[in-house]
Design a binder for this molecule. Structure first.
Ligand SMILES: Cc1cc2nc3c(=O)[nH]c(=O)nc-3n(C[C@H](O)[C@H](O)[C@H](O)COP(=O)(O)OP(=O)(O)OC[C@H]3O[C@@H](n4cnc5c(N)ncnc54)[C@H](O)[C@@H]3O)c2cc1C
Length: 491
Protein backbone atom coordinates (compact mmCIF):
# COMPACT_ATOMS: atom_id res chain seq x y z
CA UNK A 1 0.00 0.00 0.00
CA UNK A 2 1.22 3.46 -0.84
CA UNK A 3 2.20 5.29 2.35
CA UNK A 4 0.68 8.72 1.87
CA UNK A 5 1.51 9.88 5.37
CA UNK A 6 5.15 8.90 5.26
CA UNK A 7 5.64 7.93 8.85
CA UNK A 8 4.36 4.43 8.43
CA UNK A 9 5.77 3.39 5.12
CA UNK A 10 7.09 0.67 7.45
CA UNK A 11 3.60 -0.63 8.32
CA UNK A 12 3.43 -4.31 7.53
CA UNK A 13 -0.34 -4.52 7.47
CA UNK A 14 -0.69 -7.95 9.03
CA UNK A 15 -3.54 -9.87 7.46
CA UNK A 16 -6.40 -10.85 9.73
CA UNK A 17 -8.00 -14.24 9.22
CA UNK A 18 -11.13 -13.95 7.11
CA UNK A 19 -14.30 -15.04 8.87
CA UNK A 20 -15.20 -18.63 8.13
CA UNK A 21 -17.89 -18.89 5.44
CA UNK A 22 -21.41 -19.04 6.77
CA UNK A 23 -22.89 -22.50 6.74
CA UNK A 24 -26.49 -21.30 7.08
CA UNK A 25 -28.84 -19.46 4.74
CA UNK A 26 -30.32 -16.08 5.72
CA UNK A 27 -33.68 -17.74 6.46
CA UNK A 28 -32.00 -20.33 8.70
CA UNK A 29 -30.13 -17.62 10.61
CA UNK A 30 -33.36 -15.68 11.19
CA UNK A 31 -35.13 -18.85 12.29
CA UNK A 32 -32.34 -19.73 14.74
CA UNK A 33 -32.29 -16.19 16.16
CA UNK A 34 -36.06 -16.28 16.60
CA UNK A 35 -35.76 -19.59 18.41
CA UNK A 36 -33.21 -18.05 20.77
CA UNK A 37 -34.85 -14.64 21.32
CA UNK A 38 -38.54 -15.18 20.62
CA UNK A 39 -40.45 -13.41 17.80
CA UNK A 40 -40.36 -10.04 19.65
CA UNK A 41 -36.57 -10.24 19.90
CA UNK A 42 -35.78 -10.28 16.19
CA UNK A 43 -36.35 -7.70 13.44
CA UNK A 44 -36.03 -9.36 10.05
CA UNK A 45 -38.12 -6.98 7.94
CA UNK A 46 -35.72 -4.52 6.21
CA UNK A 47 -38.45 -1.85 6.30
CA UNK A 48 -38.24 -1.87 10.11
CA UNK A 49 -34.47 -1.76 10.43
CA UNK A 50 -33.99 1.94 9.60
CA UNK A 51 -33.19 3.03 13.15
CA UNK A 52 -30.42 0.44 13.34
CA UNK A 53 -28.97 1.00 9.87
CA UNK A 54 -29.13 4.79 9.33
CA UNK A 55 -26.10 6.24 11.08
CA UNK A 56 -25.59 9.97 11.81
CA UNK A 57 -23.11 10.69 9.00
CA UNK A 58 -25.30 9.00 6.34
CA UNK A 59 -22.19 7.49 4.75
CA UNK A 60 -22.81 3.78 5.10
CA UNK A 61 -25.81 2.07 3.51
CA UNK A 62 -25.31 -1.69 3.80
CA UNK A 63 -28.22 -3.92 4.94
CA UNK A 64 -28.09 -6.47 7.77
CA UNK A 65 -29.54 -9.97 7.85
CA UNK A 66 -31.49 -9.10 10.99
CA UNK A 67 -31.42 -7.16 14.24
CA UNK A 68 -31.38 -9.25 17.42
CA UNK A 69 -32.70 -7.68 20.63
CA UNK A 70 -31.60 -9.87 23.54
CA UNK A 71 -33.30 -9.16 26.87
CA UNK A 72 -30.91 -11.10 29.10
CA UNK A 73 -27.18 -11.74 29.33
CA UNK A 74 -27.90 -15.45 28.80
CA UNK A 75 -29.54 -14.61 25.48
CA UNK A 76 -26.45 -12.65 24.42
CA UNK A 77 -24.35 -15.69 25.29
CA UNK A 78 -26.63 -17.98 23.31
CA UNK A 79 -26.42 -15.72 20.24
CA UNK A 80 -22.61 -15.64 20.44
CA UNK A 81 -22.39 -19.44 20.76
CA UNK A 82 -24.66 -19.85 17.74
CA UNK A 83 -22.83 -17.21 15.67
CA UNK A 84 -19.42 -18.65 16.53
CA UNK A 85 -20.45 -22.14 15.54
CA UNK A 86 -21.80 -21.03 12.16
CA UNK A 87 -19.44 -18.14 11.33
CA UNK A 88 -22.12 -15.44 11.48
CA UNK A 89 -20.78 -11.90 11.93
CA UNK A 90 -22.25 -10.00 14.91
CA UNK A 91 -22.30 -6.21 15.24
CA UNK A 92 -22.93 -5.03 18.80
CA UNK A 93 -24.95 -1.82 18.74
CA UNK A 94 -25.90 0.76 21.36
CA UNK A 95 -27.58 4.00 20.32
CA UNK A 96 -26.26 3.96 16.73
CA UNK A 97 -24.73 7.42 17.18
CA UNK A 98 -21.14 6.45 16.32
CA UNK A 99 -19.47 8.65 13.71
CA UNK A 100 -17.15 6.14 12.00
CA UNK A 101 -19.59 3.45 10.86
CA UNK A 102 -18.43 0.93 13.47
CA UNK A 103 -21.97 0.02 14.54
CA UNK A 104 -23.51 -0.65 11.11
CA UNK A 105 -22.88 -3.41 8.54
CA UNK A 106 -19.91 -3.49 6.21
CA UNK A 107 -20.69 -6.60 4.15
CA UNK A 108 -24.43 -7.18 4.40
CA UNK A 109 -24.22 -10.68 5.92
CA UNK A 110 -23.98 -9.55 9.55
CA UNK A 111 -26.53 -9.58 12.36
CA UNK A 112 -26.83 -6.42 14.47
CA UNK A 113 -27.14 -7.14 18.19
CA UNK A 114 -28.85 -4.20 19.85
CA UNK A 115 -28.31 -4.04 23.61
CA UNK A 116 -31.25 -1.66 24.03
CA UNK A 117 -33.35 -4.07 26.12
CA UNK A 118 -30.55 -4.52 28.67
CA UNK A 119 -30.95 -1.10 30.25
CA UNK A 120 -31.28 -1.49 34.03
CA UNK A 121 -29.34 -0.08 36.95
CA UNK A 122 -27.89 -3.03 38.85
CA UNK A 123 -26.42 -1.18 41.84
CA UNK A 124 -25.38 2.25 43.06
CA UNK A 125 -22.84 2.56 45.88
CA UNK A 126 -22.44 6.18 46.92
CA UNK A 127 -19.76 5.41 49.52
CA UNK A 128 -17.63 3.58 46.94
CA UNK A 129 -18.47 6.14 44.24
CA UNK A 130 -19.66 3.49 41.79
CA UNK A 131 -22.70 2.65 39.75
CA UNK A 132 -23.21 -0.65 37.93
CA UNK A 133 -25.51 -0.46 34.92
CA UNK A 134 -26.40 -2.65 31.97
CA UNK A 135 -24.83 -1.87 28.62
CA UNK A 136 -28.04 -0.76 26.93
CA UNK A 137 -28.74 2.06 29.35
CA UNK A 138 -29.00 5.42 27.57
CA UNK A 139 -26.23 7.74 28.76
CA UNK A 140 -28.70 10.44 29.82
CA UNK A 141 -30.55 7.86 31.93
CA UNK A 142 -27.26 6.97 33.61
CA UNK A 143 -26.89 10.69 34.43
CA UNK A 144 -30.40 10.71 35.92
CA UNK A 145 -29.80 7.53 37.92
CA UNK A 146 -26.68 9.06 39.47
CA UNK A 147 -28.42 12.40 40.09
CA UNK A 148 -31.30 10.67 41.87
CA UNK A 149 -28.73 9.56 44.46
CA UNK A 150 -27.12 13.01 44.69
CA UNK A 151 -24.18 11.99 42.52
CA UNK A 152 -22.88 12.77 39.05
CA UNK A 153 -21.69 10.60 36.15
CA UNK A 154 -19.64 13.21 34.30
CA UNK A 155 -19.50 11.91 30.73
CA UNK A 156 -21.39 14.47 28.66
CA UNK A 157 -21.84 14.28 24.88
CA UNK A 158 -24.23 16.01 22.51
CA UNK A 159 -25.53 12.51 21.65
CA UNK A 160 -26.24 11.55 25.27
CA UNK A 161 -29.99 11.27 24.71
CA UNK A 162 -29.41 8.29 22.38
CA UNK A 163 -25.91 6.89 23.03
CA UNK A 164 -25.86 3.86 25.34
CA UNK A 165 -23.30 2.86 27.95
CA UNK A 166 -21.98 -0.14 25.97
CA UNK A 167 -21.44 2.03 22.90
CA UNK A 168 -19.92 4.86 24.89
CA UNK A 169 -17.42 2.44 26.47
CA UNK A 170 -16.71 0.52 23.27
CA UNK A 171 -15.88 3.74 21.45
CA UNK A 172 -14.05 5.12 24.53
CA UNK A 173 -16.03 8.32 24.08
CA UNK A 174 -14.69 11.65 25.26
CA UNK A 175 -17.01 14.64 25.34
CA UNK A 176 -16.77 17.94 27.13
CA UNK A 177 -15.62 16.89 30.61
CA UNK A 178 -12.51 14.89 29.76
CA UNK A 179 -10.37 17.70 31.12
CA UNK A 180 -11.54 17.10 34.70
CA UNK A 181 -12.76 13.50 34.68
CA UNK A 182 -11.10 11.68 31.77
CA UNK A 183 -12.69 9.77 28.90
CA UNK A 184 -14.94 6.70 29.11
CA UNK A 185 -12.02 4.38 29.83
CA UNK A 186 -11.00 6.40 32.87
CA UNK A 187 -14.60 6.46 34.12
CA UNK A 188 -15.00 2.69 33.94
CA UNK A 189 -13.84 0.38 36.74
CA UNK A 190 -14.89 -2.94 35.30
CA UNK A 191 -17.02 -4.63 32.66
CA UNK A 192 -19.02 -7.79 32.16
CA UNK A 193 -18.80 -9.04 28.59
CA UNK A 194 -19.80 -11.96 26.41
CA UNK A 195 -16.85 -13.28 24.42
CA UNK A 196 -17.07 -14.51 20.84
CA UNK A 197 -17.54 -18.13 21.92
CA UNK A 198 -20.30 -17.24 24.39
CA UNK A 199 -18.23 -17.34 27.59
CA UNK A 200 -19.02 -14.61 30.11
CA UNK A 201 -16.12 -12.46 31.33
CA UNK A 202 -17.19 -11.37 34.81
CA UNK A 203 -15.00 -8.32 35.25
CA UNK A 204 -17.35 -6.03 37.16
CA UNK A 205 -15.21 -4.52 39.86
CA UNK A 206 -15.14 -1.50 42.10
CA UNK A 207 -11.56 -2.03 43.25
CA UNK A 208 -9.30 0.99 43.01
CA UNK A 209 -6.30 -1.29 43.34
CA UNK A 210 -6.00 -4.68 41.64
CA UNK A 211 -2.60 -5.70 40.32
CA UNK A 212 -3.42 -9.25 39.30
CA UNK A 213 -2.33 -9.24 35.71
CA UNK A 214 -3.37 -7.69 32.40
CA UNK A 215 -6.09 -5.04 32.50
CA UNK A 216 -8.72 -6.87 30.46
CA UNK A 217 -11.30 -4.14 31.03
CA UNK A 218 -9.08 -1.72 29.15
CA UNK A 219 -8.95 -4.12 26.21
CA UNK A 220 -12.73 -4.29 25.89
CA UNK A 221 -13.20 -0.55 26.39
CA UNK A 222 -12.38 1.14 23.08
CA UNK A 223 -12.47 -2.18 21.17
CA UNK A 224 -15.45 -1.04 19.06
CA UNK A 225 -17.17 -4.36 19.60
CA UNK A 226 -14.38 -6.35 17.94
CA UNK A 227 -13.46 -8.40 21.03
CA UNK A 228 -16.79 -9.11 22.71
CA UNK A 229 -20.17 -7.73 23.69
CA UNK A 230 -20.21 -5.63 26.85
CA UNK A 231 -23.34 -6.44 28.86
CA UNK A 232 -22.75 -4.33 31.98
CA UNK A 233 -20.21 -1.94 33.48
CA UNK A 234 -19.20 -0.50 36.83
CA UNK A 235 -18.78 3.25 36.39
CA UNK A 236 -17.24 5.94 38.58
CA UNK A 237 -19.64 8.50 39.99
CA UNK A 238 -18.75 11.72 41.79
CA UNK A 239 -20.31 14.14 44.27
CA UNK A 240 -22.52 16.64 42.47
CA UNK A 241 -20.99 20.12 42.31
CA UNK A 242 -22.93 22.85 44.08
CA UNK A 243 -22.67 25.12 41.06
CA UNK A 244 -21.18 25.45 37.58
CA UNK A 245 -19.69 28.79 36.61
CA UNK A 246 -19.80 29.11 32.83
CA UNK A 247 -18.53 31.84 30.50
CA UNK A 248 -18.08 32.57 26.83
CA UNK A 249 -14.85 34.49 26.45
CA UNK A 250 -13.88 36.47 23.34
CA UNK A 251 -10.36 35.42 22.34
CA UNK A 252 -8.32 37.00 19.58
CA UNK A 253 -6.63 33.79 18.42
CA UNK A 254 -6.01 30.14 19.32
CA UNK A 255 -2.69 31.30 20.87
CA UNK A 256 -4.61 33.61 23.22
CA UNK A 257 -7.01 30.75 23.99
CA UNK A 258 -4.03 28.56 24.90
CA UNK A 259 -2.64 31.18 27.31
CA UNK A 260 -6.08 31.65 28.85
CA UNK A 261 -6.41 27.88 29.24
CA UNK A 262 -3.09 27.70 31.07
CA UNK A 263 -3.97 30.55 33.41
CA UNK A 264 -7.40 29.03 34.23
CA UNK A 265 -5.73 25.67 34.88
CA UNK A 266 -3.30 27.31 37.30
CA UNK A 267 -6.17 28.89 39.21
CA UNK A 268 -8.88 26.22 39.05
CA UNK A 269 -6.87 22.99 38.67
CA UNK A 270 -9.14 19.98 38.28
CA UNK A 271 -12.24 22.14 38.85
CA UNK A 272 -11.81 23.42 35.29
CA UNK A 273 -14.32 21.06 33.69
CA UNK A 274 -14.38 22.30 30.14
CA UNK A 275 -12.41 24.51 27.79
CA UNK A 276 -13.94 24.48 24.31
CA UNK A 277 -12.78 26.55 21.34
CA UNK A 278 -15.31 27.87 18.79
CA UNK A 279 -14.53 30.00 15.72
CA UNK A 280 -16.60 33.06 14.75
CA UNK A 281 -17.91 31.28 11.66
CA UNK A 282 -19.78 28.89 13.97
CA UNK A 283 -21.70 31.76 15.55
CA UNK A 284 -22.31 33.36 12.18
CA UNK A 285 -23.78 30.15 10.73
CA UNK A 286 -25.98 29.47 13.76
CA UNK A 287 -27.37 33.01 13.88
CA UNK A 288 -27.99 33.14 10.13
CA UNK A 289 -29.86 29.83 10.23
CA UNK A 290 -31.92 30.72 13.30
CA UNK A 291 -30.36 28.01 15.45
CA UNK A 292 -29.95 30.33 18.46
CA UNK A 293 -32.74 32.50 19.87
CA UNK A 294 -30.14 35.18 20.52
CA UNK A 295 -26.40 35.77 20.42
CA UNK A 296 -24.95 34.14 23.58
CA UNK A 297 -21.58 35.90 23.25
CA UNK A 298 -20.30 39.29 24.44
CA UNK A 299 -19.99 40.49 20.85
CA UNK A 300 -18.02 39.85 17.65
CA UNK A 301 -14.69 38.07 18.04
CA UNK A 302 -12.59 35.84 15.77
CA UNK A 303 -12.74 33.04 18.36
CA UNK A 304 -14.65 32.15 21.52
CA UNK A 305 -13.66 29.98 24.47
CA UNK A 306 -16.48 28.26 26.35
CA UNK A 307 -15.10 27.67 29.84
CA UNK A 308 -16.69 26.04 32.85
CA UNK A 309 -15.51 25.71 36.44
CA UNK A 310 -17.33 23.65 39.07
CA UNK A 311 -17.79 24.67 42.70
CA UNK A 312 -18.10 21.93 45.28
CA UNK A 313 -20.04 22.21 48.54
CA UNK A 314 -18.30 24.72 50.84
CA UNK A 315 -16.18 26.13 48.00
CA UNK A 316 -15.99 29.85 47.28
CA UNK A 317 -18.22 31.31 44.59
CA UNK A 318 -16.91 33.56 41.82
CA UNK A 319 -13.71 31.68 40.95
CA UNK A 320 -14.33 32.09 37.23
CA UNK A 321 -15.14 35.78 37.56
CA UNK A 322 -11.88 36.50 39.42
CA UNK A 323 -9.87 34.38 36.97
CA UNK A 324 -11.34 36.34 34.06
CA UNK A 325 -10.72 39.67 35.84
CA UNK A 326 -7.06 38.69 36.11
CA UNK A 327 -7.04 37.95 32.37
CA UNK A 328 -8.59 41.38 31.67
CA UNK A 329 -5.98 43.11 33.82
CA UNK A 330 -3.10 41.56 31.89
CA UNK A 331 -4.80 42.48 28.61
CA UNK A 332 -5.10 38.86 27.55
CA UNK A 333 -8.83 39.17 26.92
CA UNK A 334 -11.12 42.17 26.72
CA UNK A 335 -14.65 40.82 26.68
CA UNK A 336 -16.60 37.90 28.07
CA UNK A 337 -20.06 36.97 29.26
CA UNK A 338 -20.64 34.92 32.38
CA UNK A 339 -23.84 32.87 32.60
CA UNK A 340 -26.19 34.31 35.20
CA UNK A 341 -28.90 31.68 34.94
CA UNK A 342 -29.42 28.11 33.87
CA UNK A 343 -30.97 29.48 30.66
CA UNK A 344 -27.76 31.42 29.92
CA UNK A 345 -25.64 28.34 30.54
CA UNK A 346 -27.91 26.19 28.37
CA UNK A 347 -27.74 28.74 25.55
CA UNK A 348 -23.92 28.74 25.71
CA UNK A 349 -23.76 24.95 25.61
CA UNK A 350 -26.33 24.81 22.80
CA UNK A 351 -24.05 27.11 20.81
CA UNK A 352 -21.16 24.68 21.35
CA UNK A 353 -23.12 21.49 20.82
CA UNK A 354 -24.76 22.69 17.62
CA UNK A 355 -21.36 23.19 16.00
CA UNK A 356 -21.43 19.86 14.18
CA UNK A 357 -25.03 20.13 13.02
CA UNK A 358 -24.79 23.77 11.96
CA UNK A 359 -22.29 22.94 9.25
CA UNK A 360 -24.83 20.82 7.40
CA UNK A 361 -26.94 23.97 6.95
CA UNK A 362 -24.08 25.39 4.86
CA UNK A 363 -23.80 22.40 2.52
CA UNK A 364 -21.15 19.68 2.55
CA UNK A 365 -18.28 19.48 5.00
CA UNK A 366 -15.05 17.51 5.27
CA UNK A 367 -14.38 16.40 8.85
CA UNK A 368 -11.40 15.34 10.94
CA UNK A 369 -11.45 14.26 14.59
CA UNK A 370 -7.81 14.78 15.52
CA UNK A 371 -5.66 15.49 18.55
CA UNK A 372 -2.23 17.01 19.08
CA UNK A 373 -0.30 18.01 22.20
CA UNK A 374 -2.25 20.96 23.62
CA UNK A 375 0.56 23.45 23.00
CA UNK A 376 0.47 22.56 19.28
CA UNK A 377 -3.24 23.33 18.76
CA UNK A 378 -2.62 26.87 17.40
CA UNK A 379 -0.02 25.55 14.95
CA UNK A 380 -2.37 22.77 13.82
CA UNK A 381 -5.17 25.25 13.14
CA UNK A 382 -2.93 27.75 11.36
CA UNK A 383 -1.06 25.28 9.17
CA UNK A 384 -4.11 23.09 8.54
CA UNK A 385 -6.25 26.03 7.41
CA UNK A 386 -3.59 27.24 4.97
CA UNK A 387 -2.93 23.73 3.63
CA UNK A 388 -6.63 23.03 3.01
CA UNK A 389 -7.15 26.40 1.34
CA UNK A 390 -4.24 25.62 -0.95
CA UNK A 391 -5.96 22.37 -1.98
CA UNK A 392 -9.47 23.86 -2.32
CA UNK A 393 -9.51 27.65 -2.76
CA UNK A 394 -12.45 29.14 -0.87
CA UNK A 395 -12.79 26.21 1.55
CA UNK A 396 -14.02 27.47 4.93
CA UNK A 397 -12.16 26.15 8.00
CA UNK A 398 -14.43 25.42 10.98
CA UNK A 399 -12.04 24.06 13.63
CA UNK A 400 -13.73 23.68 16.99
CA UNK A 401 -13.87 21.49 20.05
CA UNK A 402 -12.09 20.23 23.07
CA UNK A 403 -9.05 22.52 23.09
CA UNK A 404 -8.31 21.59 26.70
CA UNK A 405 -7.71 18.00 25.53
CA UNK A 406 -5.80 18.99 22.38
CA UNK A 407 -8.76 17.50 20.46
CA UNK A 408 -9.97 19.63 17.59
CA UNK A 409 -12.77 18.70 15.23
CA UNK A 410 -10.98 20.15 12.25
CA UNK A 411 -13.86 20.52 9.83
CA UNK A 412 -14.15 22.40 6.58
CA UNK A 413 -17.32 23.72 4.99
CA UNK A 414 -17.61 23.84 1.22
CA UNK A 415 -16.85 27.14 -0.51
CA UNK A 416 -19.95 29.34 -0.73
CA UNK A 417 -21.99 28.33 -3.79
CA UNK A 418 -19.86 25.25 -4.55
CA UNK A 419 -21.35 21.93 -5.62
CA UNK A 420 -21.44 19.75 -2.48
CA UNK A 421 -20.93 16.44 -4.29
CA UNK A 422 -17.92 17.72 -6.23
CA UNK A 423 -16.50 19.20 -3.01
CA UNK A 424 -16.77 15.83 -1.21
CA UNK A 425 -15.29 14.00 -4.20
CA UNK A 426 -12.16 16.08 -3.62
CA UNK A 427 -11.93 15.29 0.11
CA UNK A 428 -8.97 12.91 -0.05
CA UNK A 429 -6.20 15.52 -0.62
CA UNK A 430 -7.69 17.65 2.19
CA UNK A 431 -7.56 14.64 4.53
CA UNK A 432 -3.98 13.94 3.45
CA UNK A 433 -2.93 17.55 4.10
CA UNK A 434 -4.49 17.59 7.59
CA UNK A 435 -3.25 14.15 8.66
CA UNK A 436 0.26 14.97 7.53
CA UNK A 437 0.32 18.02 9.82
CA UNK A 438 -1.28 16.08 12.69
CA UNK A 439 1.36 13.35 12.45
CA UNK A 440 4.17 15.90 12.14
CA UNK A 441 2.95 17.45 15.40
CA UNK A 442 2.90 14.06 17.15
CA UNK A 443 -0.89 13.79 17.12
CA UNK A 444 -3.57 11.16 16.53
CA UNK A 445 -5.79 10.75 13.46
CA UNK A 446 -8.69 9.65 15.67
CA UNK A 447 -8.97 11.46 18.97
CA UNK A 448 -12.35 10.27 20.24
CA UNK A 449 -14.56 8.91 17.47
CA UNK A 450 -12.59 5.74 16.77
CA UNK A 451 -11.71 3.80 13.61
CA UNK A 452 -14.83 1.82 12.64
CA UNK A 453 -15.01 1.29 8.88
CA UNK A 454 -14.14 4.89 8.08
CA UNK A 455 -10.47 4.83 9.06
CA UNK A 456 -9.34 1.19 8.76
CA UNK A 457 -6.99 1.91 5.84
CA UNK A 458 -5.68 5.04 7.55
CA UNK A 459 -4.97 3.06 10.72
CA UNK A 460 -2.83 0.60 8.76
CA UNK A 461 -0.81 3.47 7.43
CA UNK A 462 -0.23 5.47 10.58
CA UNK A 463 -0.21 3.02 13.50
CA UNK A 464 3.06 1.66 14.80
CA UNK A 465 3.53 -1.74 13.08
CA UNK A 466 4.35 -3.55 16.31
CA UNK A 467 1.21 -2.09 17.90
CA UNK A 468 -0.79 -3.35 14.91
CA UNK A 469 0.68 -6.84 15.28
CA UNK A 470 -0.20 -6.86 18.97
CA UNK A 471 -3.74 -5.77 18.16
CA UNK A 472 -4.12 -8.58 15.59
CA UNK A 473 -2.72 -11.11 18.06
CA UNK A 474 -5.28 -10.07 20.67
CA UNK A 475 -8.10 -10.19 18.14
CA UNK A 476 -7.07 -13.67 16.95
CA UNK A 477 -6.78 -14.95 20.52
CA UNK A 478 -10.21 -13.71 21.64
CA UNK A 479 -12.14 -14.11 18.38
CA UNK A 480 -10.34 -16.74 16.27
CA UNK A 481 -13.24 -17.08 13.84
CA UNK A 482 -13.54 -13.33 13.33
CA UNK A 483 -17.25 -13.06 14.11
CA UNK A 484 -17.13 -9.97 16.34
CA UNK A 485 -17.83 -6.84 14.29
CA UNK A 486 -16.00 -8.23 11.23
CA UNK A 487 -13.91 -5.85 9.16
CA UNK A 488 -14.07 -3.02 11.65
CA UNK A 489 -11.03 -1.26 13.09
CA UNK A 490 -8.38 -3.74 11.89
CA UNK A 491 -9.98 -4.18 8.48
C1 LIG B 1 -24.30 14.84 17.75
C2 LIG B 1 -23.20 13.90 18.17
C3 LIG B 1 -22.24 14.35 19.05
C4 LIG B 1 -21.21 13.51 19.46
N1 LIG B 1 -20.29 13.98 20.33
C5 LIG B 1 -19.30 13.18 20.72
C6 LIG B 1 -18.29 13.66 21.62
O1 LIG B 1 -18.30 14.80 22.05
N2 LIG B 1 -17.33 12.80 21.99
C7 LIG B 1 -17.27 11.51 21.53
O2 LIG B 1 -16.36 10.78 21.91
N3 LIG B 1 -18.19 11.03 20.66
C8 LIG B 1 -19.19 11.83 20.25
N4 LIG B 1 -20.11 11.36 19.37
C9 LIG B 1 -20.01 9.99 18.84
C10 LIG B 1 -20.91 8.96 19.57
O3 LIG B 1 -22.05 9.53 20.12
C11 LIG B 1 -20.15 8.28 20.67
O4 LIG B 1 -19.08 7.58 20.10
C12 LIG B 1 -20.99 7.31 21.50
O5 LIG B 1 -20.16 6.91 22.55
C13 LIG B 1 -21.49 6.08 20.79
O6 LIG B 1 -22.46 5.43 21.61
P1 LIG B 1 -23.60 4.53 20.94
O7 LIG B 1 -24.34 3.83 22.02
O8 LIG B 1 -24.42 5.30 20.00
O9 LIG B 1 -22.71 3.46 20.19
P2 LIG B 1 -22.95 2.86 18.73
O10 LIG B 1 -22.84 3.92 17.72
O11 LIG B 1 -24.15 2.02 18.69
O12 LIG B 1 -21.65 1.92 18.65
C14 LIG B 1 -20.36 2.46 18.67
C15 LIG B 1 -19.34 1.31 18.74
O13 LIG B 1 -19.50 0.58 19.94
C16 LIG B 1 -19.80 -0.79 19.66
N5 LIG B 1 -20.75 -1.22 20.68
C17 LIG B 1 -21.96 -0.67 20.97
N6 LIG B 1 -22.47 -1.29 22.03
C18 LIG B 1 -21.60 -2.27 22.40
C19 LIG B 1 -21.58 -3.25 23.41
N7 LIG B 1 -22.57 -3.37 24.29
N8 LIG B 1 -20.52 -4.09 23.48
C20 LIG B 1 -19.50 -3.98 22.60
N9 LIG B 1 -19.47 -3.07 21.62
C21 LIG B 1 -20.51 -2.23 21.52
C22 LIG B 1 -20.33 -0.81 18.26
O14 LIG B 1 -20.14 -2.07 17.65
C23 LIG B 1 -19.49 0.28 17.63
O15 LIG B 1 -18.23 -0.25 17.34
C24 LIG B 1 -21.15 12.19 18.94
C25 LIG B 1 -22.13 11.75 18.04
C26 LIG B 1 -23.15 12.59 17.65
C27 LIG B 1 -24.18 12.06 16.71
Amino acid sequence: MEARWGKLARARNPVFKAPIPMSLSTAEIIAQLTALLGPGGVIADPAQMGAYLNEPRKRFHVPAIAVGLPATVEQVQAIARFANEHGVGLIPQGGNTGLVGAQVPLRGDEVIISLSRLDKVRAIDIAAGTMTVEAGMILENAHKAAEAEGAMFPLWLASQGSARIGGVLSSNAGGVNVLAFGNARELCMGVEAVLADGRLYQGLSSLKKDNTGYDLKDLLVGAEGTLGIITAATLKIFPQPEEFETALVNVASPEVALTLFQSLRERAGSRLNAFELIPWIGLDIQLRHGMLDRDPTAGPSPWYALVEISRMKGGTSGALQSALEAAFETGLVDNAVIAESLADRTRMWDFREQMSECQSREGASIKHDVSVPIAAVPQLIAEGSIAAQRVVPGIRPVPFGHMGDGNIHFNFSQPVGADGKAFMAGAEPVHAAIYEIVLKLGGSVSAEHGIGQLKTELLKQVKDPVALEMMHAIKNALDPKGIMNPGKMLG
